[in-house]
Design a protein around this ligand. Structure first.
Ligand code: NOJ
Length: 774
């Protein structure tokens, strides 16, 4: 039987599509939409401006135009547009002098002197580059992730950016999709925790918090489910998948206060997301009570014509505004400039136009832009040079890395006996690739893995560096991230592999740094294969065949198919950022112990995708790992998996009550012990399974905590489960419901955890909530 309260709550916007995050992360001390300026004062200011504005000036506030730094030299289109009030916002400016030059045009030449707002893709840092978001998620450390984005926000704000087009909270279940690197992986619970943490980091406890920027949640919604993993392709997901998998991270981000949402490019179930009023109005505004503004993805309004939905640009502008888009993002095509005409023709109403403009003006007031429109160039330089940011970047890279294999405890390397190392691979000394995608300007001071090892090991350890093999070029050019003319110096792969083998034979240990170049991942960088690109597999196998201990460091934003290659150790370092080399050197030498865990199931090969741990039982569940005739069903490594240099043991979990009534909460705890000889981190994970009442996933993550344990130390980790964790979207009821059912609960170090307990949810409390002996 379904309960009515959740259905009713959804209708009035109270039901949570996402999990309760209270146990995972610190709660803001003020409500997310509280602002440093009083609501009344904001309103008065906005209305005073609004009455003075022409329809053209209103449309200008609803447009964000491209203008890529470096040039403080202004482009006529942008400069003229700003001066005439036709451009109210600019993206891609990352230089304070450039931002100030454009701002001066708005404040000195435009009629109403409304300051510009600057947006940018601050995905994992601006000048100080942190690990890519999939790596941050692998830390399972929301507090650290919050700190990282707060730090990135501080740097961005100092250079004149007030708004990040991040976090990307798209659930990604198909690793062919290149943008998996920008999100938190396959799971809606982990995704929701990471979404909320990033929003708190970017924005702080309230809009207008000093040194913070607006969090722009994207891409609304379900962009990660693109057919075949092909970027921008259509998305067709069931109602159940949408509400239970793809929407929860958006809801969590909005509950955390995210003030901006970006509409996605692709059609969702047949309707382009940028003209999808069900998404942008019914769900976002009416159900979730979103108060901020919606921006289209770049060019997505104009593309409504390409989709075939709109007849021309004017129609596209009307359809997007009508659906709930507030602001159009585009290059030099301003589709929203059609809005004044549409207003005159009655295709949109004055109220609609004014409401959209109010949202933008209100945002600018809340940001304090009218008082402080300019970047302080001196402070920007100080912010960029702040060593604390670099420290955080190193710690984040260390905490993100996932140790996937460590046969014979080859890691950590023994400093006392180590005399020589062969560092091999096309990514070992590539600063650009160590930073990863979404870094606009190459940063001069990034530390590669080779450089990090050199610095760590000093002159007494001989390091031979061999690139080994080249990297392939993409089949067709990319408009997103054009490859440099020479990707790597042209290389004779056969000679390079022979050279690498010789270097490995001549060394105590071979460290291979392989994976995907930054251009092979991110937007417009989906792949049809999960193989190591180029001849890297041959290189890996040839070096392993030397019999020397081989440590494989992977740089990737997705799982890769390593086939039968069998290096002794594998460390997934992601794209670790500015301090990546130092972080990896610390991890390999044991100065830091790896503690990251996979935010996705690692498939055996591309034919297995999409592969998730939270599948439904369906027919013949005992055959789940044999569903293919020619392939096992289980992943290489399960969701949540990651090794340490120490080991952890779990006792049987204990539930505090065997039976709870719907709406009540139950405590679940487990004792975890460090049974090894080194200090280390374990991420204790809690999974549940609802046994009856609906076809629910075999397991679902509903809690986790990363803890540090000294050798021999024991900790009791306690979680609470309540209606948020035990409810789900029922397509039948068209609401979130909680069923009466028995629940299994597992606690352990990954999604295959075997320590199990049980409790039941009933219609009314039956046992008075008696505690159960552990
Ligand atoms: C298109 C991408 O889809 C979006 O994520 C990004 O924020 C904009 N371009 C601006 O760079």
């Amino acid at each position: 039987m379904k309960v009515g309260f959740v259905a009713a709550a959804l209708a009035c916007g109270l039901a949570s599509a996402g999990p309760s995050l209270a146990s995972e992360a610190s709660k803001p001390s003020v409500t997310p939409h509280q602002t440093v300026v009083s609501d009344k004062a904001i309103k008065a200011r906005v209305e005073a401006l609004l009455v003075q504005m022409t329809p053209e000036e209103k449309a200008g506030q609803l447009f964000i135009a491209f203008h890529l730094s470096p040039p403080p030299k202004l482009e006529p289109f942008v400069e003229k547009g700003i001066a005439e009030g036709r451009i109210g916002n600019v993206l891609f400016v990352s230089d304070p002098a450039h931002a100030n030059a454009l701002q001066r045009v708005a404040l000195e030449q435009s009629r109403l002197k409304i300051p510009l707002m600057f947006g940018f893709d601050v995905i994992h840092g601006l000048r100080t580059i942190f690990p890519v978001p999939i790596g941050l998620a692998a830390s399972w450390d929301p507090k650290m992730v919050e700190d990282v984005q707060a730090s990135a926000a501080g740097e961005a704000r100092a250079v004149g950016i007030q708004w990040s087009f991040a976090p990307n909270v798209d659930i990604a279940r198909d690793p062919r999709w290149g943008r998996m690197v920008e999100g938190a992986g396959e799971d809606p619970y982990l995704g929701s925790v990471m979404a909320a943490a990033q929003v708190r980091g970017f924005q702080g406890p309230a809009m207008g918090t000093p040194n913070r920027i607006i969090a722009g949640v994207k891409h609304f919604a379900a962009y990660g489910a693109a057919l075949g993993g092909r970027d921008y392709d259509e998305v067709n997901v069931s109602d159940s998948e949408l509400w239970n998998v793809y929407l929860p991270p958006f809801k969590a981000a909005i509950d955390a206060g995210a003030y901006n949402v970006m509409s996605a490019y692709m059609p969702l179930n047949g309707v382009p997301a940028t003209a999808n009023s069900w998404l942008l109005t019914d769900v976002l505004r009416d159900t979730w009570r979103f108060k901020g503004f919606v921006v289209s993805d770049a060019g997505a309004v104009g593309n409504l014509v390409t989709h075939g939905l709109a007849t021309d640009r004017a129609d596209a502008a009307v359809k997007a505004l009508n659906a709930g888009v507030t602001m159009e993002m585009d290059n030099n095509i301003n589709v929203f400039s059609e809005l004044p005409k549409a207003l005159a023709q009655g295709a949109i109403s004055q109220v609609q136009l004014d409401d959209a403009v109010r949202k933008v003006l209100e945002t600018k007031v809340r940001l304090g832009l009218f008082e402080n429109p300019y970047a302080d160039v001196r402070k920007a330089a100080e912010a960029i040079a702040d060593p604390e940011r670099r420290r955080l970047a190193r710690v984040a890279a260390e905490r993100s890395a996932v140790l996937l294999r460590n046969e014979g405890a080859v890691l950590p390397l023994d400093r006392k006996t180590l005399r020589s190392v062969a560092v091999i691979g096309p990514l070992a000394d590539s600063a650009r690739d160590t930073e990863g995608p979404w870094v606009f300007k190459p940063q001069a001071d990034g530390v590669t893995i080779l450089a990090g090892l050199r610095e760590k090991l000093g002159p007494t350890v001989r390091i031979d560096h061999v690139v080994g093999v080249g990297m392939p070029r993409r089949l067709n050019g990319s408009f997103i991230d054009p490859e440099p003319k020479a990707v790597t110096p042209p290389i004779d792969d056969t000679a390079g592999i022979a050279q690498a083998v010789a270097a490995a034979r001549n060394a105590d240990v071979a460290i291979l740094v392989l994976g995907e170049k930054r251009e092979m991942i991110g937007e417009n960088a989906s792949r049809a294969s999960l193989d190591l690109p180029g001849k890297q597999q041959d290189l890996l196998e040839a070096v392993v065949a030397t019999g020397k201990p081989v440590v494989l460091v992977l740089m990737s934003g997705r799982p890769l198919d390593l086939k039968s290659a069998n290096p002794a150790a594998i460390l997934e370092a992601w794209y670790p950022g500015s301090e990546g080399g130092r972080a990896v050197a610390n991890l390999l030498m044991g100065d830091t112990v790896p503690g990251g865990k996979l935010p996705f199931s690692w498939p055996r090969n591309v034919g297995q995708v999409p592969l998730v741990y939270s599948r439904l039982s369906s027919h013949a569940p005992y055959q789940a790992s044999l569903r293919y005739w020619d392939q096992r069903g289980a992943p290489v490594w399960p969701f949540g998996f990651g090794l340490s240099y120490t080991r952890f043991d779990y006792e049987a979990p204990s539930v505090e009550r065997t039976t709870i009534a719907k709406g009540e909460r139950v405590g679940v705890s487990v004792t975890v012990r460090n049974v090894g000889t080194r200090v280390g981190d374990e991420t204790v994970q809690l999974y549940v399974h609802q046994r009856s009442g609906a076809a629910r996933p075999v397991r679902e993550l509903k809690g986790f905590r990363r803890v540090t344990l000294q050798p021999g130390e024991t900790k009791v980790v306690r979680f609470e489960l309540g209606p948020d964790e035990l409810s789900y979207w029922s397509s039948e009821a068209r609401a979130f419901v909680q069923d009466a059912s028995a629940f299994d609960v597992w606690l352990g170090g990954d999604s295959t955890a075997s320590a199990r307990s049980r409790f039941a949810v009933v219609d009314a409390a039956q046992d008075g909530g008696k505690p159960v002996a552990p």
